[in-house]
Write a protein that binds this ligand. Structure first.
Ligand code: MLT
Length: 399
């Protein structure tokens, strides 16, 4: 029989959100009359903005005419979108990113999972705990050693620098799942550490559009020197409701270098280009046209309305859980609210009791790592009506 990649056998049998979905489905089957409100996976509920829909229609028409038909596109993405990203996501913050440093893809999840291809399997990965499970699971699949950086009340959810040498550092801010943030000064500590140690920071800023407070960096490249030590991942999923469309991008600066076993310097931008051109054929033309449309004046206003809508939901979540006597973090610069379970109840016990009693589904914090035990995560991505109904039910929840 064929030998398998045994690293997969070291993973939990199901991906976190598949497991949560399975549990909800089992509950719904046993209780068909229950109206379950899903505050679990961070999936958007607002439809695509009109500017993106119009662009999709136009792109569909393009594909129906010989003069405007597009076959294989550039694997790295169309210049029309990369140029808009540089112009609108980076230049206004004083960051100089060139279009050929942008790699457009089918979403940040794929890029975060695939980026490990360009690093040695011997690299040690430092990963905050709790964390978006993709970072840990993909490093386990690759056979890498993972060092966890606990984030808890004791350190105010700010990770401490690793106590041993590491090569890759995963940071996600605003944070999924805790909704916490790092200030410029706190992020600078990590950039300085990476520059001094030769580590590379993999910075997931998928939630930057939810930042409402000053002094919280939207991009790691706001920190001097980060272009020499960091790769940044961005997503249109939460920014523009693209969870079902699939589009995101990764920035790999030319200034970022690695080294081979002979000590020769290697350009990471070239390696990622080589990886993507070999294993990926690019996000589709209509999807990239729709993404481009969110940078038009009307598109920018429309997506801001949706982000503000979800931020209002987040405020309702914070008020609701606090009124129910529970303490929480996040929800101010992020669409996630991180709720502490009372009386030492485990994350999964709380999940089960909440679902059984109120028919509200959350995500158990322990699914994001052992430091998430004793917490659950609520998402602000449901509708306003569902968010209000969930909070009404939680206000009557007898723990
Ligand atoms: C989440 O709920 O953490 C996210 O929606 C998952 C994702 O972005 O893949």
């Amino acid at each position: 029989m064929i030998k398998v990649n045994e690293n997969f056998c070291r993973l939990a049998p199901n991906y976190l959100f598949s497991e949560v979905a399975r549990k909800i489905q089992t509950f719904q089957k046993a209780n068909p009359e229950a109206h379950v409100i899903k505050m679990s996976i961070g999936d958007v509920t607002r439809p695509l903005c009109p500017s993106a829909v119009e662009a999709l229609h136009r792109a569909a028409d393009d594909q129906g005419h010989p003069d405007t038909f597009h076959g294989y596109g550039p694997e790295q993405g169309y210049a029309f979108l990369a140029e808009k990203i540089c112009q609108f996501d980076y230049a206004p913050r004083g960051i100089s990113v060139q279009p050929d440093e942008i790699f457009i893809s089918d979403g940040a999840k794929s890029d975060l999972g695939n980026i490990g291809d360009i690093f040695s399997p011997d690299c040690v990965a430092a990963i905050t705990d709790p964390v978006y499970p993709v970072y840990v699971d993909t490093n386990v699949m690759a056979g890498r050693r993972v060092v966890f950086l606990p984030c808890n009340e004791a350190n105010d959810f700010v990770p401490e620098l690793p106590s041993e040498p590491v090569d890759l550092i995963y940071l996600c801010y605003p944070n999924n799942p805790t909704g916490t943030t790092l200030t410029r000064a706190q992020l600078k500590v990590w950039v300085d550490y990476a520059l001094a140690s030769g580590a590379v920071i993999l910075f997931d800023s998928a939630y930057e559009c939810f930042i409402t407070e000053a002094d919280i960096p939207h991009s790691i490249y706001e920190i001097p020197g980060a272009e020499r030590c960091a790769i940044e991942f961005r997503s249109f999923s939460k920014t523009a409701g693209f969870t079902g469309m699939r589009c995101g991008y990764t920035v790999v600066p030319h200034a970022l270098k690695g080294v081979d076993s002979l000590g020769h310097e290697v350009d990471l931008n070239n390696l990622w280009r080589r990886r993507q051109t070999t294993k990926f054929n690019g996000a589709s033309y209509p999807i990239q046209r729709a993404a481009e449309a969110i940078f038009t004046p009307s598109g920018r206003i429309q997506i801001r309305e949706s982000v503000d809508y979800y931020l209002r939901n987040a405020a309702i979540l914070r008020q609701g859980v606090t009124a129910a006597g529970l303490s929480c973090r996040g929800g101010v610069n992020a669409p996630y609210v991180w709720v502490k379970t009372p009386d030492g109840i485990t994350s999964w016990e709380f999940f089960d009791r909440l679902l059984a009693q109120t028919h509200v589904a959350c995500t158990p914090g322990v699914g994001f790592g052992s430091c998430g035990e004793g917490y659950v995560r609520l998402t602000a991505f449901n509708t306003l009506a569902a968010t209000e109904m969930a909070m009404d039910r939680i206000s009557k929840f007898k723990i």
